[in-house]
Design a protein around this ligand. Structure first.
Ligand code: GAL
Length: 661
C-alpha cells in the first residue's frame, strides 16, 4: 500500500474538520486548539462539493486553499476527502434521472446527503470531474497525507430501484450467468413457475405482494455492493493518476449490513472504520470490541484506522446518552488495543446548523472550559505515549465465522423463526469469549483456518460446498470447530443442500437433523446433565457418528441430543442445537471447548476487565466498578510510567497499558 502509515510517527489523532461552517477567526482558534490537544490529522472537505463547484464546471478552491495552508502552517495533516457523498443541489435539479428510488418506488428527496443512484452515469461523470479537479489541485499539497474517498458507501443508499439501476442489474446478471438458463437454474425459478425467458424480464426485487425469489434478492445485494465498489474505484483511480498517497474510504463495520466488507477490503490502501457506541445496550463496550476485531480481520490483521467515533453522545439514537467520565478514553484505547493506528472523531467542532447540531465533538458547544475538552486533551497525551504500538499486530487463537452473504440470506422473510438473527448468535458467542478474555479474529468460512485452535460458526446458514469442505479439512487436520444451529443449511444460491440438514456440515458434525422445532417467543428448554436453558430453537438431532454431550430434558425434543461432539481425524467438531443462555450455559460449554482446544487465557479475573495483547503491549481496560489486580505482569506502564513487577492494578474505569519485558 502506497505510503501507509500516513504520518511520520505515532498514532493519528483528530477528526472530521468542517471549518466552512465557521468564520475564519474561528479557524485560527481551531488550529491553536488542535496543537493544544495534539491533533495531527483531520478529515477535510467531506461534504464540500456544492462549495467547491457552486455551478456545474465552475470551481472555487479559494477557501479550501486557505484551510489546507493554515493546517500545514500548524503542522496538522489533512486526510483530504472527495465530496461525492453529498451532491450539490444543482446536480439534483439538472439530472433528475440520478435520483434514488426505494423499494416501494418512492423517489427520495434532496436537502440531504447520499441522495443519488450509485449506477447513474450522470453521477459517475459529475463525480469524476470534481475528483479530477480536486486531485489535480491538491496532489502535491504538503498538508495532504492521504485521501478519503466519499463517505460511508452504502449506508443510506445501499440499494436503488430506479430504471437505470434495473438496467445495470440486468447487465450484471448477464455477466454473471451468460445465459438465462443458468440464472433460472441458480435461482430455482421452476418454483411458482417463475422461469425467465430472457434477462430483459428480470426486475430488481421491488416490493412484491408476497415471497420474493431468494436467489433474486441475494444477487441484487451482491450487485449493489459491486455498484458502490465501482463508484469507489472510479474515484480512487482518478486520484492515482495524480498522486500515490494512500487512498481509503470509511467503512461502517459491522453496522452497515448491505456492504460485504470482505469484498471491499481489497480495494483500499488502508482499512478505515467508523464506529459509534450503541449506548442503548447493557454492555456497549463488547459490541465495540467486536467491531474492532472484525475491522482488523477485514484488514487481514494489518493495522487499520479508526476514522470516526464520538467523544460523547450521537444525535441519531432514540436516547443519545453522553459518555460518562473516562468512557471515551476506554472506548478509544480499546480500538487501539485491537489494532487501530488512529483515533479520529466525528467531529472536531460541534455544528450549529442542520441535522447534526446535537452531536458531540472534540470542541463541544460548551467550549474548552468543559470536561469533554479536558478529556480530549488528556487523550491526546495518552496517544502520544502509545506511539510505540503503531504497526504492531494482535494475535488470536480463536476465530469466529462471519459471512455477509449468510447474514443477508438468514434474515430474508419466511425463515423457520423470526427469532433467527445472525448477529444475535454471533454476539452471544462473542460476548462469552470476551468475558473469558479471549481475543478473536473473524474469518470468512473459506479463509485459511490453520492459525486457529478453535473456530466458532454461529448460525452460518449459507455455506457453499467449498467453504464447508474447508471447515471439514480444518477439523481433520486437528482443528476444533464449534457450530451452532441453523448452519450449513443452504448453498450460495440459497438452495437447500440435499438430504437431511445441516447438509453442508452433516459429515463434519456427525449429525443429521430430522425436524426443526423453533420455540415460542418466551419459551425455554432445559438441558441435562448440566442445568442450562435454551431459547429460540430446538430440533430433532439424530446421531450419525457424533455422541451426545447434553440432551434436552424437556420441550419438543426431550430425551434427544442438544449438544454433540464428533471426533474426526485429528480434530473435534461440536454442535449446539439451541440458543444457550449467556451465563452458565454458553460460558460453561465454551470453557470446556476452549480447554479442549488448548486456548490460553488468564483465569480468575472479573469478566468486566478487557484484556488484549497488541504486540508486546498488554492493554488492561477496567469496565467494572472496582479496581482489578492482574498478576503475572512485568514491564513498564506506558501511560503512567510505572514499573510493574509481577502485578498491575487497574483503577475502576481506568486503563493500564504495559510494555512487557
Ligand atoms: C457518520 C458520518 C458522519 C456523521 C456521523 C454522526 O456515520 O460519516 O458524517 O454523520 O455519522 O454520528
Amino acid at each position: 500500500m502506497p505510503g501507509y502509515p500516513v504520518l511520520p510517527e505515532g498514532l493519528a489523532y483528530g477528526g472530521d474538520y468542517n471549518p466552512e461552517q465557521w468564520p475564519e477567526d474561528v479557524w485560527r482558534e481551531d488550529v491553536r486548539l488542535m496543537r493544544e490537544a495534539g491533533v495531527n490529522l483531520v478529515t477535510v472537505g467531506v461534504f464540500n462539493w456544492g462549495l467547491i463547484e457552486p455551478e456545474e464546471g465552475e470551481y472555487d478552491f479559494a477557501r479550501l486553499d486557505r484551510i489546507l495552508d493554515l493546517l500545514h502552517s500548524a503542522g496538522v495533516y489533512a486526510d483530504l476527502a472527495t465530496p461525492t457523498s453529498s451532491p450539490p443541489t444543482w446536480f439534483r435539479r439538472r439530472y433528475p434521472g440520478s435520483r434514488l428510488v426505494d423499494r416501494e418506488g418512492h423517489v427520495l428527496g434532496g436537502g440531504s446527503r447520499h441522495s443519488f443512484c450509485p449506477s447513474s452515469p450522470d453521477y459517475a461523470a459529475a463525480s469524476e470531474r470534481v475528483v479530477t479537479a480536486l486531485a489535480r489541485r491538491y496532489a502535491g499539497h504538503p498538508a495532504v497525507a492521504m485521501w478519503h474517498v466519499h463517505n460511508e458507501y452504502g449506508w443510506a443508499n445501499a440499494h436503488c430501484y430506479c430504471p437505470t439501476s434495473a438496467e445495470a442489474f440486468r447487465a450484471w446478471l448477464r455477466d454473471r450467468y451468460g445465459d438465462v438458463g443458468a440464472l433460472n437454474a441458480a435461482w430455482g425459478t421452476t418454483f411458482w413457475g417463475l422461469t425467465y425467458g430472457s434477462f430483459e424480464e428480470v426486475e430488481p426485487p421491488v416490493a412484491a405482494p408476497v415471497g420474493l425469489l431468494t436467489g433474486l434478492q441475494l444477487d441484487f445485494m451482491r450487485f449493489s455492493v459491486d455498484a458502490h465498489i465501482a463508484c469507489f474505484r472510479r474515484e480512487r483511480d482518478t486520484i492515482r493518476r495524480f498522486c500515490d498517497l494512500p487512498v481509503t474510504t470509511n467503512f461502517m463495520i459491522p453496522n452497515c449490513k448491505p456492504m460485504d466488507y470482505w469484498r471491499w477490503a481489497a480495494e483500499v490502501d488502508v482499512v478505515a472504520n467508523d464506529h459509534y457506541l450503541d449506548s442503548g445496550r447493557a454492555y456497549p463496550q463488547i459490541e465495540l470490541a467486536m467491531a474492532a476485531d472484525l475491522t482488523r480481520s477485514v484488514a487481514g490483521g494489518r493495522p487499520w484506522m479508526l476514522m470516526e467515533h464520538s467523544t460523547g453522545a450521537v444525535n441519531w439514537q432514540p436516547r443519545n446518552l453522553a459518555k460518562r467520565p473516562g468512557e471515551m478514553r476506554r472506548n478509544t484505547l480499546a480500538h487501539v488495543a485491537r489494532g487501530s493506528d488512529s483515533a479520529m472523531f466525528f467531529q472536531w467542532r460541534a455544528s450549529r446548523y442542520g441535522a447534526e447540531k446535537f452531536h458531540s465533538a472534540m470542541v463541544p458547544h460548551a467550549g474548552t472550559d468543559s470536561r469533554m475538552w479536558r478529556e480530549v486533551v488528556a487523550l491526546g497525551a495518552d496517544l502520544r505515549e502509545l506511539a510505540g504500538v503503531r504497526g504492531s499486530r494482535v494475535a488470536a487463537e480463536v476465530a469466529v465465522v462471519w459471512d455477509w452473504e449468510s447474514y443477508w440470506a438468514l434474515e430474508f422473510e419466511w425463515r423457520p423463526s423470526a427469532d433467527l438473527r445472525f448477529r444475535e448468535r454471533v454476539e452471544a458467542y462473542y460476548e462469552a469469549l470476551w468475558r473469558e478474555h479471549v481475543t478473536v479474529d473473524f474469518v470468512h468460512p473459506s479463509a485459511d483456518l490453520s492459525p486457529y485452535r478453535l473456530v466458532v460458526a454461529p448460525s452460518s446458514y449459507l455455506l457453499g460446498e467449498a467453504p464447508a469442505k474447508n471447515l471439514h479439512r480444518y477439523v481433520e487436520a486437528g482443528g476444533h470447530l464449534l457450530v451452532s444451529y441453523f448452519s450449513g443449511i443452504v448453498d450460495e444460491n440459497d438452495t437447500i443442500h440435499a438430504g437431511p440438514h445441516p447438509g453442508a456440515l452433516r459429515e463434519v458434525l456427525g449429525v443429521a437433523v430430522e425436524e426443526f422445532h423453533p420455540l415460542r417467543e418466551h419459551e425455554t428448554v432445559t438441558l441435562e446433565p448440566f442445568s442450562a436453558t435454551g431459547r429460540i430453537w430446538s430440533e430433532r438431532v439424530r446421531l450419525a457418528g457424533a455422541r451426545a454431550v447434553h440432551e434436552f430434558a424437556d420441550g419438543p425434543d426431550a430425551g434427544h441430543p442438544a449438544v454433540t461432539r464428533h471426533e474426526l481425524g485429528a480434530g473435534t467438531a461440536w454442535y449446539v442445537s439451541t440458543a444457550l443462555d449467556a451465563g452458565s450455559g454458553l460460558r460453561g460449554l465454551l470453557g470446556r471447548v476452549l480447554d479442549g482446544a488448548g486456548v490460553s487465557r488468564p483465569r480468575g479475573l472479573p469478566d468486566t476487565l478487557e484484556l488484549v495483547w497488541r504486540g508486546d503491549h498488554l492493554f488492561l481496560i477496567n469496565h467494572g466498578d472496582a479496581p482489578v489486580t492482574v498478576h503475572g505482569v512485568t514491564g513498564t506502564g506506558v501511560l503512567d510510567g510505572a514499573a510493574y513487577d509481577g502485578s498491575a492494578t487497574v483503577p475502576t474505569g481506568g486503563v493500564v497499558v504495559v510494555r512487557t519485558a
